[in-house]
Ligand binder design. Structure first.
Ligand code: SAH
Ligand code: SF4
Ligand code: F3S
Length: 453
C-alpha cells in the first residue's frame, strides 16, 4: 500500500485543505504516515504570511529531498499559499521538487502525485533523481469550490473546520493573503448546512466556521430583519440537532455590527471565545496598515461583546515593528493589551512581503527593535493570560473531550467553551463527550480539573 505524508504550516484554512487532500489519498488506497522517511508521497502545505513560514517550509523540503537518495521514486510536492505566490520559481530553489499546486488547486494534488508515483514505480529511475517532474498548477479553478462539498474528509475527531467563504479583498498594506487566496467568495448556506449535518452524523460535536473575514460572509445580500447573512448562517447552524458547539474565525471589526454582538446573548451553542485581530493600538499605525477602524471602535466592540456574554474570552493578533511604528505607537498597543485583558495574543514581528505596499514604506524598523518590542509585549500578554487562567480555578466549566493528553496519555485533554485546554483524569469520559468539570488548578497556560458527576 503506498503511503503519503502531509505537513501543514499556516492557518486553519491550510489545515482544512490538508484534511481534504489527506481524505483523497485515503480514498485512493494510500495510508497516511507520520514519518516522511517512510512515505512515497511527501507534501508540504505552505504559508506565506511571514518570511519565517516560507523559510521553514523550504528548509524542510530541502532536507527531505536530500534524504531521498535511496528512494528515488518518492514524489515531492508543495501546495498552499507559497506555491500560489511563487509558482514555478520554487523549482529553481529545490530542483528535486515534483509538484507545485496553488490554493485553488488542492483538489488536483492527489491525481497529479498518484500518477507520477505509478509511473516511477513502473519505470523505476536507475539513478537518484536530481531533478523532479516540475509540474506547476496555480491560478483560480472554479471546481475547487464545488469540490469542498463533494469530498468530505473522513472524521477522526469530534471537531471540524468548515470553510464558509474564501479569499480576502481588504488589502491591508502588510498582507500577502489577498494575492494568495484570491477574491472573496461565499459558499451557499444550504451547502454549508448540508456539510455540517453530515459531519454531525459522523460524530462531530463542534464546528469552526472559517473565512479570512468570516463576518463578511454573504456581504452582498441585504440584511433581513437587521440580521446580516453571517448572523443568519449562525442561527441556521445553531438549529442543527446534535451539534453542540459553534466557533468562527477570523472576524474583522469592519462589518461587525450590533446583530453579531447580540448573537452572543441568544445563541448558547456559540462558544465563549472570539479570536479578534487588533493588529495595533495606535490609530496612526492602523491607518498606515489600511485597517479601516480606530482603536476606540475596537475597544467598544470588545466591551459590547463582553456585555452580551460576560465570560467571553478574547484573543488577538498584534503586529509589532510595522514601518514607522514609534515608541509612542508601541506603547499605545501595550496600553490596549492592558485595557482589553486578552486571554492570549499572537504577537508577530512585521515581516515585509513581496508586492505589498508596506514593504516599500519608509522607516522600516530594525530587527533588534522588533525583537525588543515583541519580548516586552509578550511579557505583558503572558502575565495577563496566566492571571486570567488562575481566575478560573474553582469555577465549573463544560469541556469537550478531544482524546488522550499529549504529555500524559493516561489522562484526557479537552477544551472549555473559552477554548482553554483542560487536563482531566481518565474516569469514564471518552473523546467527543461533553463533561462538566470543576477547575482545580492552573499551571499557567493549562488548566486541570476533576470530573464533577
Ligand atoms: N484575515 C485575518 C488574518 C489572517 S493573517 C484578519 O485580517 O484578521 C494572520 C495574522 O498574521 C494577521 O492577523 C496579522 O497579525 C499577521 N500578519 C499578516 N501579515 C503579516 C506580516 N507581513 N508580518 C507580520 N505579521 C503579519
Ligand atoms: Fe490579510 Fe487584512 Fe485580509 Fe486579514 S483582512 S487576510 S490581514 S488583507
Ligand atoms: Fe498563511 Fe495562506 Fe493562511 S498565507 S495565514 S496559510 S491564508
Amino acid at each position: 500500500m503506498p503511503s503519503a505524508y502531509i505537513k501543514t504550516y499556516g492557518c486553519q484554512m491550510n489545515e482544512r485543505d490538508s484534511e481534504q487532500v489527506a481524505a483523497m489519498f485515503l480514498a485512493g488506497g494510500y495510508k497516511l504516515v507520520d514519518d516522511p522517511k517512510h512515505a512515497d508521497v511527501v507534501l508540504i502545505n505552505t504559508c506565506s504570511v511571514r518570511e519565517k513560514a516560507e523559510l521553514k517550509a523550504l528548509g524542510k523540503m530541502g532536507l527531505l529531498c536530500a534524504a531521498s537518495v535511496s528512494r528515488p521514486w518518492v514524489v515531492f510536492g508543495f501546495m498552499g499559499c507559497m506555491s500560489e505566490s511563487r509558482g514555478k520559481e520554487l523549482f529553481r530553489e529545490i530542483p528535486r521538487l515534483d509538484v507545485v499546486t496553488g490554493t485553488h488547486r488542492f483538489h488536483r494534488v492527489f491525481s497529479l502525485c498518484d500518477s507520477l508515483l505509478r509511473d516511477r514505480l513502473n519505470n523505476p529511475p536507475v539513478v537518484p533523481l536530481r531533478r523532479g517532474a516540475h509540474i506547476c498548477e496555480v491560478q483560480p479553478d472554479e471546481q475547487a469550490h464545488n469540490f469542498i462539498r463533494d469530498h468530505l474528509p473522513m472524521r477522526t475527531s469530534c471537531s471540524a473546520f468548515v470553510s464558509i467563504m474564501q479569499g480576502c479583498e481588504m488589502r491591508c498594506s502588510y498582507c500577502i493573503v489577498p494575492s494568495t487566496r484570491g477574491v472573496e467568495r461565499s459558499r451557499p448556506a444550504a451547502d454549508i448546512i448540508a456539510e455540517i449535518r453530515e459531519l454531525v452524523a459522523n460524530g462531530v460535536k463542534e464546528v469552526t466556521l472559517l473565512g479570512q473575514i468570516v463576518n463578511r460572509y454573504g456581504k452582498d445580500e441585504p440584511p433581513v430583519n437587521g440580521r446580516s447573512s453571517f448572523v443568519r448562517l449562525l442561527e441556521a447552524v445553531h438549529e442543527i440537532d446534535g451539534l453542540e458547539r459553534i466557533r468562527f474565525t477570523s472576524p474583522h471589526p469592519i462589518g461587525f455590527r450590533e446583530d453579531l454582538v447580540r448573537a452572543f446573548s441568544y445563541l448558547p451553542k456559540l462558544c465563549s471565545h472570539i479570536h479578534f485581530p487588533m493588529q495595533s493600538g495606535s490609530d496612526r499605525i492602523l491607518q498606515l496598515m489600511r485597517r479601516p477602524y480606530k482603536q476606540a471602535k475596537y475597544l467598544a466592540l470588545c466591551d459590547a461583546m463582553r456585555n452580551a456574554r460576560p465570560d467571553l474570552a478574547i484573543t488577538t493578533d498584534i503586529i509589532v515593528g510595522f514601518p514607522g511604528e514609534t515608541e509612542e505607537d508601541y506603547l499605545l498597543t501595550k496600553q490596549a493589551v492592558e485595557r482589553v485583558q486578552f486571554d492570549n495574543a499572537f504577537i508577530f514581528q512585521y515581516s515585509p512581503r513581496r508586492g505589498t505596499p508596506a514593504a516599500e514604506m519608509p522607516n522600516q524598523i530594525c530587527l533588534r527593535e522588533k525583537e525588543a518590542r515583541n519580548h516586552d509585549l509578550l511579557d505583558t500578554v503572558n502575565r495577563i493570560a496566566i492571571a486570567r487562567n488562575a481566575a478560573l480555578v474553582g469555577t465549573r466549566q463544560t469541556i469537550l473531550v478531544e482524546g488522550p493528553s499529549k504529555t500524559n496519555p493516561t489522562r484526557l485533554q479537552g477544551r472549555t467553551s473559552q477554548n482553554k485546554p483542560v487536563i482531566i483524569e481518565q474516569g469514564s469520559a471518552r473523546a467527543g463527550d461533553l463533561v462538566p468539570v470543576l477547575i482545580s488548578e492552573s499551571s499557567g497556560f493549562t488548566l486541570y480539573a476533576g470530573q464533577t458527576y
